[in-house]
Ligand binder design. Structure first.
Ligand SMILES: C[S@@+](CC[C@H](N)C(=O)[O-])C[C@H]1O[C@@H](n2cnc3c(N)ncnc32)[C@H](O)[C@@H]1O
Length: 190
C-alpha cells in the first residue's frame, strides 16, 4: 500500500511518504504544494491523505486535480479540514479557504452543475461532519451525517448556531488522470 501524506507536518501517517515545505516536519520530500506538479508519476499512490492542509493552499481546484493525478483508479483520497463555522477556521491566519461540506461538489456528480471549473472527477465515498460536543450530544451530528437532505438544510439555515467543527471526506478518482502539466482542456467550457 503506497500512501502519500500531503502536508504531513510532524504527524506523518505511519508507513506513508510525507511531503511538506517545512524542513522541521517529518516530510520525506520537501516541496511547495502550491507549485505543480508534485514530484511523483501519475497514479503512484493507493491512498492520499491531506489532513488539515487543503485550507492552507492557494488553489483548491488545482490541488484536487493533482491529487486526482497521483492516485490510482480504485484508490482513495482522504481530506480533513475545518468547517468554516468552527473557531479553528478563522483563528489561523495561514488558512486561505473556509470550506463547508459541499465545497468539493465541482468534482462530483455532474460537477455540481459547474463543469467548466475542472475536468477532474471523483466519486464521493463518504462525507462526515463533526460538530461541537453540545450539538453532538443533542443529536444534530447524527442527523447531519445520516440524512444528506438534512445536511443541506443545516448548511443553509442552521450552521451559524449549530456550528460545525471539522469535516472528513473520502473520494475515489474517476476517469483519466489530469496531465501533470495541468488540465489541457476543461469539460463543459461554456
Ligand atoms: C495544520 S498543519 C497539518 C499537519 C498534519 N497534516 C497534521 O494533521 O497534523 C499544515 C501543514 O501543511 C504544510 N503546508 C501548508 N501550506 C503548504 C504549502 N504551500 N506547501 C507545503 N506545505 C504546506 C505546513 O507546513 C504544515 O505542516
Amino acid at each position: 500500500m503506497r500512501i502519500l501524506d500531503v502536508g504531513c507536518g510532524i504527524n506523518k501517517y505511519p508507513g506513508a511518504i510525507g511531503i511538506d515545505r517545512n524542513p522541521a516536519s517529518r516530510a520525506d520530500v520537501i516541496c511547495e504544494l502550491d507549485h505543480f506538479p508534485y514530484p511523483f508519476a501519475d497514479r503512484t499512490f493507493d491512498q492520499l491523505r491531506a489532513i488539515h492542509v487543503i485550507e492552507h493552499l492557494s488553489d483548491v481546484i488545482r490541488a484536487m486535480e493533482e491529487f486526482h493525478r497521483l492516485v490510482r483508479t480504485g484508490g482513495r483520497v482522504r481530506i480533513e479540514t475545518p468547517h468554516y463555522t468552527d473557531f479553528s477556521s478563522f483563528c489561523d491566519p495561514t488558512h486561505k479557504h473556509h470550506l463547508n461540506s459541499f465545497s468539493f461538489r465541482y468534482f462530483g456528480e455532474n460537477h455540481g452543475g459547474f463543469g467548466y471549473y475542472s475536468a477532474a472527477k471523483f466519486r464521493e465515498i463518504s462525507v462526515r461532519v463533526k460538530t461541537l460536543s453540545l450539538w453532538r450530544w443533542l443529536g444534530f451530528e447524527f442527523l447531519i451525517n445520516r440524512f444528506p437532505r438534512f445536511r443541506r438544510f443545516w448548511e443553509h439555515y442552521l450552521c451559524y448556531v449549530v456550528r460545525g467543527k471539522a469535516m472528513e471526506f473520502e473520494f475515489e478518482p474517476l476517469g483519466p488522470a489530469v496531465p501533470a502539466g495541468g488540465p489541457a482542456s476543461l469539460s463543459g467550457t461554456p
